[in-house]
Design a protein around this ligand. Structure first.
Ligand code: FNR
Length: 194
């Protein structure tokens, strides 16, 4: 296979959304990104609603959902985190998924998997605290995290119409640029792994 084929190969991206809420803005942002992403990315939102709370005592005989989650995530080339901010930090559902994926010790599913973070909020700060608390965990987990462009999407409650479609052209342009940059980031790190 020649270099350009490797670069053009489509990459599977797991999308982890930090909200279980039915009308979650974060999920709508994730779906918007999926519609904007280049052909070289195939994105899939992963259901985190059945993932039991991490408890190290359960590792001897892990819940089926943990094993399924770990095995499934291993099949992806990269991860996109789309998160709201809870109390200036990461929602428990997302932190739990990170913790579950990080164990058993030495078998973390995250090691070397390229990722990017999109935070959002109805408020002005766009979930900055959640975005950077996620990045703190990623240092320890050796997740190559896209540094630029950053995406802190403020005023998220105002960008969707009643059908949940984003109608704000500036936001759409920013997300398109972000997603194209992420595609390049994933390609670069996939190449480095070969
Ligand atoms: C919030 N919210 C919030 N917003 C923010 O910008 N900074 C924050 O620290 C918090 N903290 C917070 C804590 C908890 C427990 C809740 C439930 C909410 C508001 C939050 O941004 C808003 O509810 C979003 O709509 C949640 O994201 P989804 O569910 O729409 O994706």
């Amino acid at each position: 296979m020649i270099l350009s084929d490797i670069i053009m190969e489509s990459k599977k991206i797991a999308v982890l959304v930090g909200s279980l809420r039915k009308e979650s803005f974060s999920r709508k942002v994730a779906k918007t990104i999926i519609t904007l992403s280049p052909d070289t990315l195939v994105l899939e939102i992963i259901d985190l609603s059945r993932l039991q709370m991490f408890n190290q005592d359960l590792e001897e005989s892990p819940p089926t959902e943990w094993t399924e989650f770990r095995n499934k995530l291993k099949t992806f080339d990269g991860v996109l985190f789309v998160t709201p901010e809870y109390n200036r930090s990461v929602p428990a559902v997302l932190k739990n998924a990170i913790d579950v994926g990080s164990r058993p010790s030495g078998q973390s599913i995250w090691n070397g998997k390229p990722c990017a973070v999109v935070s959002n909020s109805p408020g002005l700060l766009g979930g900055f605290g959640a975005n950077h608390h996620l990045r703190q965990s990623f240092v320890s987990l050796n997740i190559p995290t896209m540094q630029q462009p950053e995406e802190y999407l403020g005023g998220v409650a105002k960008i969707f119409n009643e059908e949940g479609i984003c109608t704000n052209e500036t936001v759409l342009a920013n997300l398109r640029f972000f997603t194209n940059s992420f595609a390049d980031w994933v390609s670069k790190h996939t190449l480095e792994k070969r």
